[in-house]
Design a protein. Structure first.
Length: 147
């Protein structure tokens, strides 16, 4: 099952430019290698703008996590440690492939199709209703050829 991640515009842009190939989370995220993860670019964009395939997930103490990911982090050491302030460990989701959608779907469009739709604070599993709507935007044929 796919996941939907909320990502700040600054970082989603870096992901699409392939400058950032690791997505960091404070909590341990339940993702698997090969899983499809949709990107909801948060305010002010407020759209599902693309997706990535999970290469791997790493959960480590912060210094080790930084050493392992700094070349693909797409953020400075200061940004990294500021984000993880107060944490002993962090999670890095390594991105295998990334695709920006030509036809993104806005929050307003989603709310017309799914009453009370709320974008995730961090991430969540895509339910069947959302999956069906998104399959019209990301046809399985193109998605499976992408994977």
């Amino acid at each position: 099952m796919a996941k939907l991640f909320s990502i700040n515009e600054k970082y989603s842009n870096r992901i699409y430019k392939k400058e950032k190939l690791a997505e960091f989370r404070r909590q341990n995220v339940n993702v698997r290698t090969g899983e499809v993860c949709l990107i909801y670019t948060s305010s002010p964009i407020k759209k599902i703008t693309g997706f990535f395939i999970v290469k791997n997930k790493i959960r480590l103490p912060l210094q080790k996590l930084w050493e392992k990911t700094k070349k693909i982090a797409g953020i400075s050491k200061k940004e990294f440690f500021n984000y993880f302030e107060g944490c002993k460990e962090g999670t890095a989701i390594l991105l295998k492939k990334v695709k920006e959608l030509l036809n993104s779907i806005s929050l307003n469009e989603l709310r017309l199709k799914i009453k009370n739709f709320r974008p995730p604070q961090s991430y969540y599993n895509v339910n069947n209703k959302l999956y069906n709507i998104l399959s019209n935007i990301i046809p399985q044929k193109s998605l499976s050829s992408f994977v």
